[in-house]
Design a protein around this ligand. Sequence first.
Ligand SMILES: Nc1nc2c(c(=O)[nH]1)N[C@H]1C(S)=C(S)[C@@H](COP(=O)(O)O)O[C@H]1N2
Ligand SMILES: [Mo]
Length: 575
Amino acid sequence: MSDPGFRHELDGRRHASVDERWAGGLPAQYGVAPRVRIGRDKWFNLLWLILIGFVLLIAGIAVAKGLRNIPAVQDFIRAHPGSSEPPAGTPEGIPAWLGWQHFLNLFLMIFIIRSGLSVLADHPRLYWTRNSTPGSEWYRMHKPVPDDPTYTAKADSISLPNGVGLPGRRHSIGLARWWHLGVDTLWLLNGVVFYVLIFTTGQWKRLVPMSWDVFPNSVSVAIQYLSLDWPLENGWVNYNSAQLIAYFVTVFIAAPAALVTGLGMSPALSTRFHRISSVLSIQLARSLHFLVLCWFLMFVVVHVTLVFTTGALRNLNHMYASNDGGSWLGFGVFAGSMVLVTVAWVAASPVTYRYPRVVQRIGFALIGPAQRLFEHIDSKPGRYTDKDISPFFWANGRVPESAEYLALQEGGFRDYRLSVYGLVDNPVDLDLDQLRAMANHEQITQHFCIQGWSGVAKWGGVSMQAVLDTVRPRPEAKWVVFYSFAQGSEEGIYYDVHAIEQMSYHLTMLALDMNGEPLNYHHGAPVRLRNEAQLGFKMVKWIKGIEFVDDFKDVGGGLGGYNNDHEFFGYRQSI
Ligand SMILES: Nc1nc2c(c(=O)[nH]1)N[C@H]1C(S)=C(S)[C@@H](COP(=O)(O)O)O[C@H]1N2
Ligand SMILES: [Mo]
């Protein structure tokens, strides 16, 4: 075949660090204070909550103090002093393993929360439905979306300061995700060990409410705390009812909900398990995931405040020295652990910028097995119908500007040829008429961008299986490379590599039409890929060539895609 291929148009470099010039050297773009939509188009700035919360606290204290002068309330508090009797056989005290797990949990959650905020900042809007229509979000921390068809989802991402986000900079979603998903696996592991140990040692009895009187008791605790006349506590033996409910919700509701809502954003799982994904859409999952974060943040603030105001030394001895004494030992251990936390907190961003490939490798070692596993799940057709098609579909990426492409576009793509070559028995150059003459394949599916937005569209064109049947890949062909007319964010053309296994999936196709019209310029004219088991960045737009290879280490930077070479993404992105 005469075609020399497209590899020479790729950028052969791969980035090893993040500096000022990285990702086109785009300046940081900061968003606005978080706000929530009220009604149609009024926005409430959440910073007001600090003031409102303070006022409510003062008012609550006044009310509670008043209540305690009422004889009926005094009777109520006498009848419900604040805690239920612990069930028989409840162990006393906090064992050392629990202290260790508590610390590990706290330590890991810092990085999960920071990187999670960075992920959110990449599409700083939350929606209740799977359509990510500008203006329909219930939460945003960015200005309204401008009415401009060339505005991309990438341009809409914002930066977070280094110490807040992880890594904190614009377009570093790849690194944010390695942190988030990698540390998640450690956190889940810690959680599994915790579950096993609490159920084998009976410690669970201290965390699970066993009688209905936790409710009146927790009301009583709230009145006592708010009236600033606090009950006598003995957390070594038994938690008060409000504490019990808070711990129960955190351990048995919030933590599992974080996992379930996290997995609800996976393209591979969502396109396979329709029953679940029709209820838990990616955007609902994302919104709930955010609310779980809000719970954890609220919990941390109240928990830490109360630890320090209700007998700090004794409380710290419980969790950090497993004893019930009043010495400074627990405080010492706690202070030492905080030094570790501070060093890790401060170092995380600069270390990530200096050694992004190390972060990527560790992240992949941790979450890679799950990503590989989910990749083997063939997507299931038939989830969506015409009425599900999203009214708005974000566009992303850098449009093609080469003379080569513009000339083809000028001629209505009459001279367009799709070269399919490499390790195949029958390499072909297909024009659009030939592609359209192949069996028509149509699907209505949901797109999952790595940034977090989604949209449903109807795609028409050719199933990848039909292309395989035409070119007949050789047994050595393991990977399929898709080359674009468009440049990536920096040097070289955009490309991405897919496992050959996924090319035969039900929902893998070359799309020529979107929602019944030929693809437009922004969405990838004349041909783009759809592989619904993967995230959006793998679906190359403006395709000019497809090459079958046995290995991708000699393609571009060798990491399996433009974003992997340049922005530290991964090549398996089923989650
Ligand atoms: N050539 C090329 N293809 C690309 C991109 C790109 O930057 N260049 N961006 C990807 C990303 S990140 C996404 S989310 C989808 C967006 O497709 P859409 O613009 O049709 O929504 O295209 C993918 N394909
Ligand atoms: Mo994307």
